[in-house]
Design a protein around this ligand. Structure first.
Ligand code: GDP
Ligand code: MG
Length: 213
């Protein structure tokens, strides 16, 4: 399934090389642990609240518009979406948390799936947490990060939609986010990001490739 990769241009950032598929593909959408794809190779997950900009970040970072569908309706992604971007290399779009309209039993199911995934998945080598630059890092974000770090997963925060702020606005947002994360047991980097304007894009690609290489 993951054959025929052709080198594409994501490898410019940081001089890292990874043969990327010409077209990343949706491998599978998973709603229960038993359906996870084989746990070998490496994968990087994108987490965050519903509507934070996860799917847009995936599309921008892979340079593949429309790969992860983006939506103005929060809470649409109800499964872990696995995208193959190179042989044995995957990106995972995690279900967004914090959407009030999701019924409690569904939410409990997601939590259980996510907890298990974070704790047990050998190929999970890094996590981008996407958080809207216009809003403070939420308690749910902190909870997620604490859990992921406790499972030994390196995390990096992308402050999304930075194009909606002035430069001084996103610089301040990054500073406030760093202060908010300073109590975590492991240092978590914070970068302003815009899927629409390309801000922070090559840095994010460099980090993705470093994790996946
Ligand atoms: N201005 C701006 N809007 C964005 C950006 N990234 C995402 N959005 C918008 O935010 C909404 C939610 O984005 P989406 O990627 O679907 O979020 P997800 O629910 O976390 O996957 C959509 O309307 C996007 O167009 C960005 O960098 N800049
Ligand atoms: Mg999404």
């Amino acid at each position: 399934m993951q054959g025929q990769s052709k080198a594409r241009s994501l490898d410019r950032a940081g001089g890292l090389r990874l043969p990327l598929r010409e077209r990343p593909v949706l491998l599978t959408a998973v709603v229960e642990s038993s359906a996870l794809p084989p746990d070998h190779g490496r994968e990087v997950a994108f987490a965050g609240r519903s509507n934070a900009g996860k799917s847009s970040a995936i599309n921008a970072i892979t340079g593949c518009a429309g790969l992860a569908r983006t939506s103005k309706t929060p809470g649409r992604t109800r499964a872990l979406l696995f995208f193959g971007i190179a042989p044995e290399r995957r990106i995972v779009d995690l279900p967004g948390y914090g959407h009030a309209a999701v019924p409690e039993p569904v939410r409990v199911g997601w939590r259980a799936l996510l907890t298990r995934y974070l704790a047990r998945r050998h190929s999970l080598v890094g996590i981008f947490l996407i958080s809207d630059a216009r809003h403070p890092i939420t308690d749910l974000d902190l909870e997620f990060l604490s859990e992921a770090l406790a499972c030994g997963r390196p995390c990096h925060v992308l402050l999304s939609k930075a194009d909606k702020l002035s430069r001084s606005g996103w610089l301040r947002a990054a500073e406030q986010a760093r202060a908010r994360l300073s109590g975590l047991p492991v240092e978590v980097g914070v970068s302003p990001f815009s899927a629409h304007a390309g801000l922070g894009l090559s840095e994010a690609r460099g980090r993705l490739l470093a994790w996946l290489s």
